[in-house]
Design a protein around this ligand. Structure first.
Ligand code: NOJ
Length: 816
């Protein structure tokens, strides 16, 4: 940007609404010691790394459908003492991963908060579902909802009011991030849809969803501060330094979908954001979430993510989890920054009671809204036995766990998981119709990911032998069974009376001439099962498959010219063997959950036609990726862990497209056993032919999700898909937008703004309609602090991946 323009921008910026704090809808008291802050030095366009102060915390109004529940919450609040209110906002050691105190005299049972995004982790007789990255690969709204609903049913039946998921932070800025698999896709649009559908599913089952981790939690390294032996911080947590436009168009975007879907809670993250702790960042919490997005629920801290009392409360944090100060907040020893400290603060005038009331109301309203005050199951006592986070020895009170122990909540979910995982598998390569298998008589199985899990059903390490169905950390699940690929293949191959041989030791395979491993003749097919571990608390060291998997493939292909590779992975793998002519097929299964082998066999044998699409890009080389995590610093300043998101909007395919870099398999890519085409032209029509589209949205009162005008459908794009192959299959037509030249610099060349998924029989055509909402065709104008539709022509592409665009049409939104 020229300095002249920068100067002009500066003079405009001093009037922008978020600086003056006028547009957040907050009507909280200003008598609590905080004044509006004019952070002029932080608003210089193009500068970031500082976080403006935004006070006070907006009060909940119940708008958007929670009015009746808020009235019930208010009636309840009126009966509470000050101490009860203060205790309401903090965790306590107890049977669940997070617990709030019951108020017996008012019939309130307390809240049980349980991890996590793919299973109720601290429980027995429950299901392990496909991971976020897996279900995102399905690109199937209905399946994402179905998964959320089934998980919600299990949480409810185990007595957990709150599910700590879904995840849209990390979004996937870097493929190395240790928790990408808990989230969905390296794209805000797809992740936004997945958040919305997951939340609707979970909450329709009567359980509160928690959108996490807010915000900028794009790496695990130094996510928390470093403490010395005296408990003094020597290094603060890494600061994710993100500019205003990038926040809006990438990292906040899926949280907006979450709020719009009525999410009950948002969990603030461990990292700092623009130099301020995420859980006491008033701009992020008061400004963006409760103000701009109109969030009506409560913000809870990640475990130990609270670093202050009053400062966090005034910055919008509503609940301190797990509520302990021991071990720097990670042990819930009952000594909370909140709880009794908030009673003191109200009594000595440091905190206005209206803010405490608002915290309580925000926590209680979703509870009433979801009917959790009626017939909600009690906590299963077996959860308490499995809870290593606050074992019974740490409890400060008796929790009367009188309900049935070890309830089996799995219902028919195994069948759903099998279907969901199979529909999410991404077929990356299929030469000479190697797949589906055609009743092979001799099958050789290789790789340490093929067999049974050898390290227990609650893995928290990268174990060598056994199929990998889920990653590690709080996002894991406790398996009750797991069908390995080997077991499923043996069962299936028996129908063909096939010979199945197996070699599961990667070191042996990689270092041996496979033809000497006493295989009499070349098998009809060699199946190689590889895996890649990822876990909370650590970023990945490499984007390769683990356990020398690349050499395993080399070795097998030296012998077998029909080698099919299946990966069970947390996300991106560089696949150097993809060009090897003897590798005839590659199937990315990701983390499938408990039905690993069955879902893989369904696809390998063609009982399910693969329809998954990549939710990220597979580059040709690891070094082709930008924006790696900040993994080391060589200075000693306490603030020195800084991660500058200088790539701005250019993550994943946005980056590869902007720099014209060839990739192995692009975002949105995935093969089927049939083929599809777009027939005829694509057409666009205005949703309201009589109204001219304005560049700026009408200034409507904010509801959950923000200005409702942003969610209005302005245009409908129609295309026709034909199945021109010979098998029935599901297709995922995708819509990408190229913004007009008038859009500010840094706008990615193409951005996903629509997709659908449906089944088409051979020769059949089906129409698809994409609804373009105002937000979809707007960019965030940092000067106006507003979503703005640019002047000029958009190009609207419809195709089958981000680089397989089959038809295009132009759209001038403002003169349409
Ligand atoms: C820390 C993790 O970041 C969060 O996702 C999880 O819900 C809590 N621990 C509780 O286990």
């Amino acid at each position: 940007m020229s300095s002249a323009l920068l100067g002009l921008t500066l003079s405009i910026l001093v009037q922008v609404p978020w600086v003056s704090g006028q547009n957040f809808g907050g009507s909280g008291s200003t008598t609590d010691g905080f004044s509006w802050v004019q952070p002029l030095n932080t608003t210089i366009l193009g500068q970031y790394g500082h976080s403006p102060a935004v006070y006070p915390a907006p009060l909940t109004t119940g708008k958007g459908g929670w009015e009746e529940a808020l009235a019930k919450a208010n009636a309840f609040l009126m009966q509470m003492t000050l101490d009860e209110k203060a205790n309401f906002t903090t965790g306590q050691p107890g049977p669940c991963v997070g617990n709030t105190l019951p108020i017996e005299r008012l019939g309130f049972p307390g809240l049980c908060l349980q991890d996590g995004p793919l299973a109720i982790r601290v429980a027995d007789y429950s299901s392990v579902f496909p991971a976020g990255v897996t279900i995102a690969s399905s690109w199937d709204r209905n399946l994402i909802y179905e998964r959320g609903f089934a998980m919600g049913q299990e949480f409810r039946a185990k007595g957990a009011q709150v599910l700590l998921g879904p995840v849209s932070g990390p979004l996937g800025r870097s493929g190395y991030a240790g928790r990408n698999w808990e989230g969905f896709a390296a794209d805000p649009y797809l992740t936004g849809v997945a958040m919305e559908k997951s939340i609707l599913g979970i909450q329709d089952a009567g359980v509160q969803a928690t959108a996490k981790h807010y915000i900028g939690n794009e790496q695990e390294t130094q996510r928390n501060p470093t403490y010395n032996d005296e408990g003094i911080i020597t290094f603060e947590a890494v600061s994710a330094n993100i500019d205003d436009r990038t926040i809006h168009e990438l990292y906040l975007w899926p949280f907006a979908n979450a709020v719009r879907a009525g999410v009950s809670s948002v969990m603030c993250s461990y990292n700092r954001l623009n130099g301020s702790q995420a859980c006491q960042n008033s701009k992020a919490q008061n400004g963006l979430l409760k103000g701009e997005l109109g969030f009506q629920g409560y913000i809870q801290s990640d475990w130990g993510g609270t670093h202050s009392g009053i400062a966090s409360v005034k910055s919008g944090l509503d609940m301190d989890m797990p509520g302990g100060l021991g071990n720097y907040g990670l042990i819930n020893d009952g000594h909370s920054y909140f709880g009794g400290n908030l009673s003191i603060a109200v009594n000595n005038g440091t905190l206005n009671e209206s803010r405490l009331d608002d915290m309580v109301l925000r926590i209680l309203t979703p509870y009433f809204f979801l009917g959790q005050d009626k017939d909600f199951p009690s906590v299963d006592p077996s959860c308490a036995d499995l809870n290593t986070f606050s074992p019974r020895s740490t409890w400060l009170r008796e929790w009367n766990l009188t309900g049935e122990r070890s309830r089996d909540v799995r219902a028919n979910h195994g069948a759903l998981i099998r279907k969901q995982a199979a529909s999410s598998m991404v077929l990356l390569k299929n030469e000479g119709n190697a797949l589906p298998l055609k009743a092979p008589k001799s099958i050789a199985i290789f790789g340490n990911a093929a067999g049974d899990d050898t390290q227990g059903f609650y893995n928290q390490v990268n174990f060598e032998y056994g199929s990998l169905s889920v990653g590690g950390g709080s996002g894991t699940g406790r398996l009750t069974y797991m069908v390995s690929p080997l077991e499923a293949i043996k069962t299936r191959a028996a129908k063909d009376n096939a010979l199945v041989q197996q070699w599961l030791n990667n070191t042996l395979i990689a270092t041996t001439d496979v033809s000497t491993l006493s295989i009499p003749d070349t098998p009809d097919v060699c199946l190689v099962f590889l895996k890649t571990w990822a876990e909370e608390g650590a970023d990945r060291a490499s984007l390769d498959v683990d356990w020398d998997g690349n050499n395993v493939v080399e070795s097998v292909t030296g012998f077998c010219n029909n080698t099919i590779v299946v990966t069970q992975s947390s996300g991106i793998n560089i696949l150097p063997f993809a060009d090897n002519a003897n590798v005839t097929a590659i199937l990315a299964a990701h983390y499938t959950g408990q039905e690993a082998g069955n879902s893989i066999v369904d696809v390998l044998y063609g009982d399910v036609n693969p329809s998954g699409k990549l939710p990220y890009t597979i580059a040709l080389d690891s070094n082709d990726y930008n924006a790696p995590p900040t993994t080391a610093i060589n200075t000693t300043g306490i603030e020195d862990w800084q991660s500058w998101f200088d790539e701005k909007l250019e993550i994943d395919y946005r980056y590869f497209d902007a720099h014209n870099i060839s990739v192995r398999y692009e975002f949105g890519y995935g093969l089927s056993y049939t083929t599809f085409a777009i027939t005829g032209n694509i057409t666009i029509k205005a949703a309201n032919a009589n109204a001219r589209v304005t560049a700026l949205p009408e200034d409507l009162p904010v509801v959950p999700g923000g200005n409702p005008a942003l969610w209005e459908t302005l245009f409908e794009v129609c295309a026709t898909v034909i199945n021109n192959g010979s098998t029935t299959g599901e297709t995922v037509p995708q819509l990408y937008l190229t913004f007009p030249n008038s859009t500010p610099a840094g706008t990615p060349p193409k951005q996903l703004r629509g997709f659908d998924k449906f089944s088409v029989t051979p020769g059949q055509t089906r129409d698809v309609t994409f609804a373009l909402q105002r937000r979809d065709i707007s960019y965030w104008d940092v000067v106006l602090q507003q979503w703005r539709i640019p002047e000029g022509d958009f190009t609207v592409f419809v195709g089958f991946s981000s680089r397989d665009l089959r038809a295009a049409v132009t759209l001038n939104a403002l003169s349409a």
